[in-house]
Design a binder for this molecule. Structure first.
Ligand code: NI
Length: 192
């Protein structure tokens, strides 16, 4: 009896997991509207990018290795896309707006792609956007030198020209794989 019961629970868990799948479309949509601060302090909204594909990543400048590695993957994907990359804008949204002021962000993102846009907000604004993208993160307490790290999930999100979330790329997907996936989505969007 307990086995059957256990299996039942397992099935419920699988069903729950499928409901939470990003591309299932049944759960609340991922992403959505935002208004954040761009380079030079102007307000940047998601709607400003309609008509272009977005690659969205959340992280922070002082991240020792994860963010640079992931931004490098974006950089590689953009290079592999060739001319199609002109239709893609990479966005880097900081989870650490206290330290990552727009000027610093603008400098940082340039290291990875000339058209990458660094976005900041207040902590409340950042938290809200992160929540909509289902980014999980923790701002750790500062050490005795005042340094703190921010643990965070590392998905790279693809947003279609109509502003809808399409899919995300996990850490295991290399830059070339991301480029291939984006090409597939572009071709698919053209057929629709
Ligand atoms: Ni990071």
């Amino acid at each position: 009896m307990s086995t059957v019961f256990g299996r039942g629970i397992g099935l419920v868990l699988v069903l729950l997991a499928s409901l939470l799948m990003p591309t299932g479309g049944r759960a609340e949509p991922i992403g959505g509207p935002f208004a954040l601060t761009g380079p030079d302090g102007r307000v940047v909204r998601d709607a400003d990018f309609r008509g272009q594909w977005l690659l969205v990543y959340f992280g922070y400048i002082s991240c020792p290795d994860v963010c640079p590695t992931d931004l490098q993957r974006i950089s590689e994907a953009m290079a592999a896309l060739g001319p199609a990359a002109e239709r893609v804008v990479p966005l880097f949204i900081t989870l650490d707006p206290r330290r990552d002021i727009p000027e610093r962000l603008a400098e940082y993102v340039k290291l990875f792609h000339p058209r990458m846009v660094g976005l900041a907000g207040t902590e409340a604004e950042t938290d809200e956007v992160a929540k909509r993208y289902r980014v999980r993160f923790v701002r750790n307490p500062p050490d005795k030198n005042g340094f703190y790290g921010v643990d965070h999930t590392t998905n790279i999100y693809l947003i279609a020209p109509n502003g809808r979330f399409v899919e995300w790329y996990k850490m295991a997907v290399p830059g070339l794989g991301i480029a291939e996936a984006i090409r597939r989505q572009m071709a698919r969007a053209q057929r629709e």
